[in-house]
Write a new protein. Structure first.
Length: 254
């Protein structure tokens, strides 16, 4: 990892209720730097602000205070330098796989021939070369999520933001998709910020695991994952780290 790709500097976020004028502090003084090509997982209690933080990095929400930088440039709006993958896939049902993946370049006014080549390359990367003509209704959950990842990669983003992307998949498909994501990440070395409720998933995937506090969310503790890839869930080091992180999170739920 060479330098900081993403810097989250003292971010706080307060939501104001329209009725009654009450406020909710979702994040308070959140600081985190992520290196170029680093895979970082965010874990923490429900409602601690993980998804809010991801939306702030994506430019879909504005911070109440603090700043976010990608390659030294402040984040003020959504942009093609960030690719988003959601739990619910968010595919267009009227577009086939190729046109779903080509949507981002289309919005950026990339010529059709070029965006179709990009889509084909990204579809091949996620292992769906024979499915470009299919529609979302013809795909399994795992295939839909592969399409969502391919679409996020089509703009060649600097940072990949993933909000519990495998949360709705069955256990077997989830494990398969974790391995597929690691293969894609290894081939591309994008910086990844991955939100999950699963400590095991976080340890299996990431270079670092960031544990967040209860609302208002901030950094409670950061764990460096010094396990080599590919990882075994039965390895003593894996189990030990998983239990340490689980214990750290449990302190926030007391």
């Amino acid at each position: 990892m060479s330098g900081h790709k993403l810097i989250i500097d003292g971010i706080s976020k307060t939501f104001m209720e329209k009725k009654g004028g009450t406020s909710t502090v979702a994040l308070r003084d959140f600081n985190l730097s992520i290196g170029d090509g680093e895979f970082v997982c965010l874990v923490g209690p429900s409602g601690c602000g993980k998804t809010t933080l991801l939306k702030l990095v994506a430019g879909l929400e504005h911070a109440s205070s603090g700043a976010i930088y990608i390659d030294g440039k402040p984040v003020i709006a959504p942009g093609p330098d960030r690719g988003l993958v959601f739990q619910d896939f968010a595919l267009f049902p009227w577009r086939d796989v190729t046109d779903n993946v080509a949507f981002g370049p289309e919005v950026l006014k990339v010529p059709r021939a070029e965006r179709l080549r990009t889509a084909e390359r990204c579809i091949e990367l996620v292992g769906l070369s024979d499915s470009g003509h299919k529609y979302p209704s013809e795909l399994s959950g795992g295939m839909k999520q592969r399409v969502a990842i391919a679409r996020a990669l089509a703009n060649n983003p600097e940072v990949l933001l993933m909000d519990e992307p495998f949360g709705s998949l069955d256990a077997q498909t989830r494990n398969l998709m974790q391995n597929e994501l690691l293969r894609i990440w290894y081939d591309n070395k994008k910086a990844v910020v991955f939100v999950t409720h699963s400590v095991e998933e976080a340890v299996y995937l990431s270079n670092r695991v960031v544990v967040m506090t209860c609302s208002p969310g901030t950094v409670k503790q950061i764990f460096i994952v010094e396990l080599s890839y590919p990882r075994s869930r039965a390895d003593h080091g894996f189990i030990s780290l998983r239990e340490k992180i689980t214990g750290c999170m449990a302190e926030e739920c007391r």
